[in-house]
Design a protein around this ligand. Sequence first.
Ligand code: GDP
Ligand code: MG
Length: 664
Amino acid sequence: MVNGASTERCQIIDDQKTFTCELNNQIQRWGLQDAGFGYDVVAVFGSQSTGKSTLLNRLFGTTFDVMDETRRQQTTKGIWMCRAKGMNLMVMDVEGTDGRERGEDQDFERKSALFSLASSEVLIVNMWEHQVGLYQGANMSLLKTVFEVNLGLFGKKAQDGATQRTLLLFVIRDHVGQTPLANLQATLTSDLLKIWDSIAKPEDLAHAQLTDYFDMSFTALSHKVLVPDKFEADVADLRRRFADREREDYLFKPAYHKRIPADGVAHYMEGVWEQVQSNKDLDLPTQQELLAQFRCDEIAAGALEEFNVQAKSQRKPVEAGKVVDGLGAMMFEWKARALTRFDKDGSRYHQGVYSRKRADLLAQLDAALAALFLGQLKNLHKQALASFKRELSDGLKGEAYSFADVVAAARAACEKRFVDGAEEARLKDTDWTFEDELTLLREEMDAVAVQCRSDETKKMVNVIERNFRKQIAEPVEVALSKGEPEMWDHVLKSFKDMLAKAEQSYLTKATSFNCTEEENTAALATVRRRAWQALKGKVDEQTADPAILSKLRTNFEERFRYDDKGVPRVWKPEDDIDGAFQKARDETVLLIPLYAHIAPKDSSLEFSLPNETDLTAADGDFDFEESLVVFSETKQLDLTARFRKEADAYYVEAKRSTVSSVAQ
Ligand code: GDP
Ligand code: MG
């Protein structure tokens, strides 16, 4: 608290009847802002110069202006407020309330009465002893006004059935002592009842009693000038009745409290004064609702501001795609803090308004947090998918992996990470879910797995093809070297055996891949076609021009240069060289059509593949029938011609050898 600020006074309504805009700050400086309902309000009423301000200053240590004795100068009209020293008490000094005496401004008297009754628990009615019994006096006119406006304000029972009570504390000044207080009290009471009877009451309140609305208490103070010590003692005693809760005659009974939270007092009073000033009906329940709306909005705004600063700290990283660790816990804390903050001050206000505003605030908080939650989900999703891909490719690097196991493990780990993260970020008191995101993630992981499986299958088929190519080479070379009639049977037999093994090796691997029937069918078709092409490649290599010509030559030589027992021939002139030559040549030429078509003698060894015309396939067009043809007709003629030429050379050489042997 600022030094001296605790007893600073404040003119809340000036002589122009304008309400100050400083009250809220002043209440803060008085240190009462956070008092909640733990504060009291007292106001003083009475004729001019009856020592009201003096009394308040003595009682409460306030600093109200006191009339200067020497100049008899009037203090400023209006309503002043000051905090009592050492008490959570706002004291109102209402100056110039007795319009009658001043012969002017009964309007202000009425307005200040309304204002004071709407906010004070205790109304001190201050009068000289000699004023008691002056029924027609200024005080009585003032009290009449007070009773009338009170009926207007609190006439109707509140919704909970209670009537708003106010304590009227009559303080009789300069009590000489000749007339006992009891007598003065009796006189005043009977006057009050007379006044009560005289006021006009609405029909439904015709039987209302003064005591339905007011408690009354009477006290007298000794003469300040004549017996100053006694005066001081009386004041001290009265002070204790305001300050000491333990006393039986403690004045601030809870029933008098107007139930305006301290942080709303300034706004409430200003609203009340505005209504009073514009001569509108002062409807306190409405005032309280308006106040509640205003304050709850303010409190919510404060809570929201702090919340937004906190939420903002994580918005950037979330928007940047980062998974924020512990986001859920943070969000829970921000939200709880905002609500606690709102509840602390807001819950003291009109319950309907408070609940409504709380729901509004909650909706705002949840909306802001939901955006973060969704962002976090998106990031978790991305992260899970990325790590799924990574774990999949890491898992597939190992030699002896089972594709299905690798996928299942990666899938389970990534899904768990996503669900754990999403569960952490989800606020339990909301209807937020992440089912959709999870479903999507699962679908995407499946798609990745399918793609990966297809890649892996391709790799596998390639490996099988490579092995096949290696293994088929030798059997083909051997079978085609001789040009025996069953050579294609041998080739196809080996081919089929090896293909069966290749297919088996595919299927063994594929089981762990969880491949579908279609995928298996497609992959096996590829294996068969590639195997066939590998075979055909080898066949082509073995029947390329030099190779086939060399085979024909070897074949021819064996027939022509060796006899039936495999012994090399030495031609003699009498030998039928021409006949032998023709036979060997013609038999060899007959091998060309044998090589020209891949065709087994044993039809059960025949092999076939469907044609493929898929231009998008990497291997391009494939025509099986065409692939069975090793040499076309033209090629066969060409080979025959070339072979014949070579054979002719052998013939000439044979002839020459006989000539030379004859010549020897
Ligand atoms: P207010 O106008 O009612 O606020 O009266 P003030 O407090 O300004 O006092 C008016 C005059 O009465 C001042 O000159 C005070 O000194 C004097 N006064 C205050 N209290 C008493 C009292 O108890 N007895 C007497 N006789 N005079 C008092
Ligand atoms: Mg005064």
